[in-house]
Design a protein around this ligand. Structure first.
Ligand SMILES: NC(=O)C1=CN([C@@H]2O[C@H](COP(=O)(O)OP(=O)(O)OC[C@H]3O[C@@H](n4cnc5c(N)ncnc54)[C@H](O)[C@@H]3O)[C@@H](O)[C@H]2O)C=CC1
Ligand SMILES: O=C(O)CCC(=O)C(=O)O
Length: 429
C-alpha cells in the first residue's frame, strides 16, 4: 500500500478530529460547573489567549517556492510561560491546534508545572519532503513566530512528525535572531545542544508508569496482558519495547499504513530495527491488517499512540479490551468515551497518561536555566514521582466527584489555571 492510497481512510478519521476544540470545550464546561466556578471562567478558558496564523514561504529543492500554513496557539499564560509541541502533519487544522493548546494547559495543571499550554502546527507532509526542505521550513516557522515565543514566553518541543533534529534547527534559527545562545527556548533538543537525558523516551515511560499503577490497582500482572498499540513512532515504539521487555505480549502495532497482528506476540525488537524514521513498518509485511481491524482486535490493554479521533462512534461498541490508555492526544471522541464508560472499559485520559513528555521537557528547561545537567536516573526518578502523584490526584478527584477519569483530569487541570488567572486580576470570582 502506498501513502497516497490512504487518503480515503485518513478522511474518515479527520471528520472526527475536527471536533477536538468543541470536545475540549464541552468537558471544560462540565469541570467548571462541577467546581462551581462562574461561567466567566469557562468563557475565558474555552479558547487560547493568543493565536497566530503564519504563511511560510519555503524554497523547495526543485527551485519553486511553496507557501506553507503554520499556527501557534497559546492557551493561557497566567501560571507561567506557555509550553507545547509543534506538529508537522497534512491534517493539521487551526481548531485542532487550539484544542491541543488547551490540553497542554490542563496537562501542566495536572502535573503542577509552572507553565500554561501552547501548541504549534504546520500543514505539510514531511514524509514527502527532503531534509533540506524540512530544515528551511523549520527555520521559516521560527522566523514567523519569533515575536511571540522565547524561553520565558512560550517554549516549543516536538510532537507528531517533528524530532530532535527539527528542534536543533529551530534553536539555531532562534539564536541567530536573538543573537545569543538560548538553549531554554526549545526542549526535546539533541543532548549535544542542551537536551535532557530521558526526553526521547519520556512520554512512553510516563505512559508505562501510569499503566503500571492501573494494573496494580486492578490486580493485573503486566506480564500476563495482551497489548495493542496504534502508532509506532516516538511514543508507540518505545512503549512497545518497554512492555515487551516487561513480559507483556504486544500482539498488535499500527502505523499510518496499517497494522501488524500476531496473537502469540510480535517480535518488537525486530520491528524496531525495521521501521523507518516516520515510524512505519507495516508496509514491509504482506499480511498487514487495517487500522480499524487492529483497534477492534481483542486484547487487555489498547493504547492509541498516533492521531486523534480513532476511537469514535463508529467503533466504540466494537472495542474489545479492559483498559484504554490514551497515549496520543485526543484519540477517543466524547461520544465514544460515553459508550466505553457504559461498557465499563476504563479510559485513562491523554492529559494524564501522556504528560511524561512535557514533564521531562520542563526538567530540560530547568537544566538549561541552571546550566547543570542531571543523570538519566535522576530524570527518571522525578518523572516517576510526577506521574504517580498526578495519577493519585486524578483518581481521588474521580472518586470525590463520582466522574470518569477524563472529567476528573479536567477538574484537576483547570484549578491552577483559574486561580492564577484570578490572582492576576484577569478573572473576578
Ligand atoms: N512526542 C511526544 O513527546 C508526545 C506525543 N504525544 C502524542 O502522541 C502521539 C504520537 O506522537 P509521536 O509518537 O511523537 O509521533 P511520531 O511522529 O513519532 O509517530 C507517529 C506514529 O503514528 C502513526 N500514524 C500517523 N498517522 C496515522 C494514522 N492516520 N493512523 C494510524 N497511525 C498513524 C505513524 O505512522 C507513526 O507510527 C500524537 O498524538 C502526539 O500528539 C503526546 C505527548 C508527547
Ligand atoms: O514536551 C513538551 O513541551 C510538549 C509535548 C507535547 O506537545 C504534548 O504533550 O502533547
Amino acid at each position: 500500500m502506498t501513502i497516497d492510497s490512504l487518503d480515503v481512510k485518513k478522511k474518515e478519521v479527520t471528520e472526527e478530529k475536527d471536533n477536538s476544540l468543541l470536545e475540549f470545550q464541552e468537558t471544560l464546561k462540565e469541570a467548571v460547573d462541577i467546581l462551581n466556578y462562574p461561567p466567566q471562567v469557562f468563557e475565558f478558558l474555552k479558547k487560547p489567549l493568543r493565536f497566530l496564523e503564519v504563511s511560510i514561504p519555503v524554497k523547495m529543492d526543485n527551485g519553486q517556492t511553496e507557501i506553507f500554513q503554520g499556527y501557534r496557539a497559546q492557551h493561557n499564560d497566567a501560571a507561567g510561560p506557555t509550553k507545547g509541541g509543534i506538529r508537522f502533519h497534512p491534517d493539521v487544522t487551526p481548531e485542532e491546534v487550539k484544542a491541543l493548546a488547551g490540553w497542554m494547559s490542563l496537562k501542566c495543571g495536572i502535573t503542577n508545572l509552572p507553565y500554561g499550554g501552547a501548541k504549534g502546527g504546520i500543514i505539510c507532509d514531511p514524509r514527502k519532503m527532503s531534509l533540506d526542505e524540512l530544515e528551511r521550513l523549520s527555520r521559516g516557522y521560527v522566523r514567523a513566530v519569533s515575536q511571540i515565543v522565547g524561553p520565558t514566553k512560550d517554549i516549543p518541543a516536538p510532537d507528531m512528525y517533528t524530532n530532535s533534529q527539527i528542534m536543533a534547527w529551530m534553536l539555531d534559527e532562534y539564536d541567530h535572531i536573538r543573537e545569543f545562545d538560548s538553549p531554554s527556548f526549545i526542549t526535546g533538543k539533541p543532548i549535544a545542544l542542551g537536551g535532557s537525558m530521558g526526553r526521547e523516551t519520556a512520554t512512553s515511560k510516563g505512559v508505562l508508569y501510569t499503566l503500571q499503577i492501573v494494573c496494580e490497582k486492578r490486580k493485573l500482572e503486566l506480564k500476563d496482558t495482551k497489548v495493542i498499540i496504534q502508532g509506532f513512532g516516538n511514543v508507540g515504539s518505545y512503549l512497545a519495547l518497554y512492555l515487551h521487555e516487561l513480559g507483556a505480549k504486544v500482539i498488535g502495532i499500527g502505523d499510518v499504513l496499517g497494522g501488524l497482528y500476531d496473537e502469540n506476540g510480535l517480535d518488537i525488537p525486530y520491528l524496531l530495527e525495521s521501521r523507518d524514521s516516520f515510524g512505519i513498518v507495516s508496509n514491509q509485511f504482506s499480511n498487514s491488517i487495517s487500522n480499524q481491524e487492529l483497534l477492534e482486535k481483542e486484547c487487555d490493554i489498547l493504547i492509541p499512540a498516533a492521531i486523534s479521533g480513532v476511537i469514535n462512534k463508529h467503533n466504540a461498541s466494537k472495542i474489545n479490551c479492559q483498559i484504554v490508555i490514551e497515549a496520543a492526544n485526543g484519540p477517543t471522541t466524547k461520544e465514544a468515551l460515553g459508550i466505553l464508560d457504559e461498557r465499563e472499559i476504563l479510559v485513562v485520559p491523554d492529559i494524564l497518561a501522556n504528560a511524561g513528555g512535557v514533564v521531562v521537557s520542563y526538567f530540560e528547561w530547568c537544566q538549561n536555566n541552571q546550566g547543570y545537567y542531571w543523570t538519566e536516573e535522576e530524570v527518571d526518578t522525578r518523572l516517576k514521582e510526577k506521574m504517580t502523584q498526578s495519577y493519585a490526584n486524578v483518581y481521588n478527584t474521580a472518586e470525590k466527584y463520582n466522574v470518569n477519569m477524563k472529567t476528573a483530569a479536567y477538574i484537576e487541570g483547570i484549578q491552577k489555571l483559574a486561580e492564577a488567572s484570578r490572582l492576576r486580576g484577569w478573572l473576578k470570582y
